[in-house]
Write a protein that binds this ligand. Structure first.
Ligand code: PMP
Length: 288
């Protein structure tokens, strides 16, 4: 495997960064997780736009243009002979002194890892996930805005540990007001009486690329989609529930906090949207 690291492709064993990199010292940096489907990088432009927004939010000046980043992502896939896979793009603040201030970091680092994709087990898609709500709250937007895809994922990691302690693969995180924000690495949707609902960004949901794709597909199919406040109560009593994410795509949820959702099996709308999503991934990409 060849990793892109600051201007060159190096072997995995040689892909090393400084212990003074603020990405390591403080989680000071940003990232994207991107899918490659049949030689096409799915919605690459949207991912790079979100990266630019994250960079702006943390006052990190990226010296690379959108076109340069786009080409480097494609080249990373080509160099590794991938036609389907998962790309992790990271921008760290770069090496500096031990103090917090990014003023000591003159040069951000760019890392691109193009790898095979590790998916949820197949039975999670056919039978649906059983998930829980965890005590750790999503960060308040006034502290660290969940819209920033930062390298500091401790908040989500705490929630992921709590999910595992409860025997679940994913978990719902609430925001400070007690409304549903999102899961540790996925966005959440419900279907109720023919309409779809999902927490809005103000509730602490990342503006997921898959989330937006699913909203677009659903609306094209004539479904009404509302971005709004949701509590656990709405999810317990929904007809269907599913999660979206770059790695997960669409994954059904059939139980939350020991309450069976709908009839306890992946729902019709969920299946329909997942099928439509598969059609769309090959038509919305950047060819290698
Ligand atoms: N929320 C969080 C916290 C995530 O880490 C992710 C995965 N990147 C998502 C939602 C889903 O976003 P996307 O569809 O862009 O992968």
């Amino acid at each position: 495997m060849k990793i892109y690291l600051d201007g060159q492709f190096v072997d995995k064993e040689d892909a090393k960064i400084s212990v003074f990199d603020h990405g390591l010292l403080y989680g000071d940096g940003i990232f994207e997780g991107i899918r490659l489907y049949r030689n096409c990088v799915y919605r690459l432009d949207e991912h790079l736009e979100r990266l630019e927004y994250s960079a702006k939010a943390i006052l990190l000046d990226m010296p690379w243009s959108r076109e340069e980043l786009s080409e480097l992502v494609c080249e990373s896939c080509r160099v590794n002979n991938l036609s389907d896979g998962y790309i992790r793009l990271l921008v760290t603040r770069g090496p500096g002194s031990l103090g917090l201030s990014p003023n000591s970091c003159p040069k951000p680092s760019l890392i691109i890892i193009a790898d095979k994709i590790a998916l949820y087990p197949e039975e999670c898609y056919s039978e649906g996930l059983s998930i829980v709500t965890v005590p750790t709250r999503r960060t308040n937007p006034a502290a660290l805005n969940p819209g920033v895809k930062s390298l500091n994922y401790l908040n989500n990691i705490m929630a992921k540990i709590e999910a595992a302690q409860a025997g679940a693969l994913e978990a719902i995180m609430l925001n400070d007001q007690g409304y549903v924000a999102e899961c540790t690495g996925d966005n959440l949707f419900i279907v109720h009486k023919g309409k779809m609902y999902t927490p809005d960004a103000a509730n602490g949901a990342l503006r997921g690329i898959t989330r937006q794709a699913v909203i677009d597909i659903a609306r094209e199919q004539g479904l009404e989609v509302r971005e709004c406040n949701l509590t656990r109560y709405e999810i317990w009593n929904a007809d269907e529930c599913f999660l979206t994410g770059t790695a997960a795509e669409l994954i059904p949820v059939v139980k939350l906090d020991s309450r069976v959702i709908g009839d306890g099996a992946p729902g019709k709308v969920t299946k329909q949207l997942h099928a439509a999503f598969h059609d769309e991934v090959i038509s919305h990409g950047t060819m290698l």
